[in-house]
Design a protein around this ligand. Structure first.
Ligand SMILES: [Zn+2]
Length: 164
């Protein structure tokens, strides 16, 4: 058993190192590129627009602490906007309680988010970001409820909620 484990580790570690080297250029980009030139702001311009906490999430692909966002328990009808550029991203009728501690949705407003694969935790995850300003929102998983089966796990600090 031990021998098997050590052999596995022996193979796994170099493989992951190689993967990290191959995918490293993706991590050099602090965040995704905006689709619109007017949202191609400098670091300082973003820092002036955003709180330090939101800057860390949106522009450096950070993650807020679980259960830290008031939006986690937000149950009113309304729209969740990108905290970076105010693009409408999610509607309250697609929100559900995932129990994870982050605001969760089973679908986004069509065209509002784009995805890319990230390897920050070595295991590939599907990152998604605002399609207009490129601001990081969260990760999408395939264990959500029907009809989509998707779970958009969003940082509350990356959103601004406006009730109807
Ligand atoms: Zn945006």
């Amino acid at each position: 058993m031990n021998q098997f484990l050590s052999r596995r580790t022996f193979i796994l570690i170099p493989t992951m190192s190689i993967l990290k080297i191959i995918f490293n250029p993706m991590q050099v980009l602090a965040s995704s590129l905006p689709s619109k030139e007017e949202w191609n702001l400098s670091k300082d311009e973003w820092k002036a627009r955003l709180s330090p906490e939101s800057y860390y999430i949106l522009r450096e692909e950070g993650t807020e602490r679980a259960f830290s966002s008031q939006l986690n328990n937000e149950k009113r009808k309304g729209i969740f906007y990108c905290a970076g550029c105010d693009l409408p991203l999610f509607s309250s009728d697609k929100k559900f309680d995932s129990g994870t501690g982050w605001p969760s949705f089973w679908d986004s407003i069509p065209g509002s988010v784009e995805t890319k694969v990230d390897f920050k935790l070595i295991v590939p995850r599907t990152e998604y970001h605002c399609s207009r300003c490129g601001g990081h929102q969260g990760h999408v998983f395939n264990d959500g409820p029907l009809p989509t089966g998707k779970r958009y796990c969003n940082n509350g600090l990356a959103l601004r909620f406006v009730p109807d």
